[in-house]
Design a protein around this ligand. Structure first.
Ligand code: AHR
Length: 496
């Protein structure tokens, strides 16, 4: 048996938690949009072809923003192909995923989905094959009231009111050799600045996200980030980070210690932002938008063989993946001062918490930690002191068995502690010591756990692993003691 002690003080805050760290990402890729969100052939879809079961699950996950339409897809996408009467929309080859794009789902359909979900759309513009004018035109289409070519076109297409899209990504992964229209950091920055100027002349209220490195494994990392920050600083509000985690060597112990790599990456980018800020003697802040993050390694085939909605990727997640996702979200809270947006890549199928087929869907293991954080992490992120036993890993040496983060929301009189027991073999007895006010009680506690790190959900067994409520432990003498089972994620919601 292992032990850990957490010292929690509600006065020791890191920062407000931005709601936009609970964002998602929907790309025209594989079966994310087609057969995921939009599936007119399914008996589960409404008269507009939108999957009702998927919408219910998306509502539950409560994504505060959804990034769209890509991803790599956006670098070859002409947004004008996806608007207007459906019968007039062209069928094209999508070069990013080598698939057929029918354009039956586009900007207006996406906006309707966001409006029903109550989520902010986060639109990416094409800085690969697209022009600066195209980027300005889509802002005009989405955000101007009326009286200009593109705003009137939106009205003609059935949307009287402007969409008021706040968040705009200046392209996607423009450092990637796989990207149609790949650019050097200098050339990307020039194009991004020109696009930003044009887009802000149309709507000065928009917030812009510049492309950071597509991965920390790129040779250009982190110089790309520095150059882009230096060149685009005055125009942008966020720099993007993309990162996918994997367990390619089938080494569960090291995989569960992955947070070190997340934090290293995040700290490098945060330091680069501070460096550029200091160099420029700037008063403004630029924050991090971790707008692609997830586990992704089993299904890497991006060749859609020129089919519509090809079955590419279709990653099925297991318990250890869910524990990595939970720890990733712990990192989000621990760095809430610099991280203000994040988008889980993606929302349906491909690499996502929801998997569909025509007649149903199931919730993947990673669904549950996202749900717990999205529902309960609000207010301020707390800086915890955690003293934990460790275990040895091949890749990272000694790693704490317990990983934790916490939020405190004075308005709701609520706080939540998020705990991952990385120990594969035994429980970890965890004592939470409240150093300031102690909570009155535990409102509810949820847990996801299992004995097999490879256990998954499937269409045949959709509830093999689900998060369930556990008996609420008692707060006694300013302390709370929990027995966390091996390989578990627990969220304890406290009433103050
Ligand atoms: O999310 C899948 C893909 O991963 C995105 O299209 C791209 O930006 C990244 O490489």
């Amino acid at each position: 048996m292992k032990t850990a002690t957490i010292y929690l003080d509600t006065r020791r805050t890191i920062s407000d938690i931005s709601p936009y760290i609970f964002g998602g990402f929907a790309e025209h890729m594989g079966r994310c949009v087609y057969e995921g969100i939009y599936d007119p052939k399914s008996p589960l879809s409404d008269e507009n072809g939108i999957r009702r079961d998927v919408m219910e699950a998306l509502k539950e996950l409560n994504f505060r923003s959804i990034r769209y339409p890509g991803g790599n897809f956006v670098s070859g996408y002409n947004w004008e192909d996806g608007i207007g009467p459906r019968e007039n929309r062209p069928v094209k080859r999508d070069l990013a995923w080598r698939s057929i794009e029918t354009n039956q789902f586009g900007t207006d359909e996406f906006m309707k989905v966001c409006s029903e979900l109550g989520t902010e759309p986060m639109m990416a513009v094409n800085l690969g094959t697209g022009s600066i004018q195209d980027a300005a035109n889509i802002v005009e289409y989405c955000n101007l009231e009326a009286g200009t070519k593109y705003s009137d076109l939106r009205i003609q297409n059935g949307s009287e009111q402007p969409y008021g899209v706040k968040f705009w990504c200046l392209g996607n992964e423009m450092d990637g050799p796989w990207q149609v229209g790949q650019l050097s950091a200098e050339d990307y920055s020039k194009k991004a600045v020109q696009a930003a100027k044009a887009m802000k002349l149309i709507d000065p209220s928009i917030q812009l996200i510049a492309c950071g490195s597509s991965s920390s494994e790129m040779n250009s990392y982190p110089d790309w980030d520095r150059v882009v920050l230096e060149e685009t600083w005055d125009q942008i509000d966020y720099l993007s980070m993309h990162y996918y985690a994997y367990n390619r060597d089938d080494d569960t112990g090291s995989y569960l210690g992955y947070t070190r790599l997340f934090e290293q990456h995040l700290n490098t980018i945060a330091a680069t932002i501070q460096y550029v800020k200091a160099k420029k003697r700037s008063k403004k802040d630029v924050f991090i938008s971790w707008d692609e993050w997830n586990v992704w390694y089993r299904e890497m085939n991006g060749n859609g063989d020129w089919q519509q909605a090809p079955h590419i990727l279709e990653e099925v997640y297991n318990l250890e993946d869910a524990l990595v996702v939970a720890q990733w979200m712990n990192v989000f809270l621990k760095h809430a001062d610099v991280l203000k947006m994040a988008s889980l890549a993606q929302v349906v199928n491909v690499i996502a918490p929801i998997m569909t087929r025509t007649d149903g869907m199931f919730k993947q293991t990673i669904y549950y930690p996202f749900l717990a954080f999205s529902k309960h992490a609000s207010g301020q992120a707390l800086s915890l002191n955690v003293l934990s036993d460790t275990y040895e890993t091949r890749k990272h040496g000694a790693v704490d068995v317990l990983d934790a983060s916490a939020s405190f929301d004075p308005e709701k009189h609520e706080g939540t502690v998020f705990l991952v027991n990385r120990n594969q073999n035994s429980e970890t007895t965890t004592e939470i010591v409240f150093q300031s006010e102690a909570p009155r009680s535990v409102k509810v506690a949820y847990q996801l756990s299992g004995t097999d790190p490879k256990a998954q959900n499937s269409f045949e067994d959709p509830e093999n692993l689900v998060m369930h409520t556990i008996a609420a432990p008692e707060v006694k003498d300013g302390k709370l003691v929990l027995s966390l089972p091996a390989l578990s994620f627990t969220a304890v919601v406290l009433e103050f």
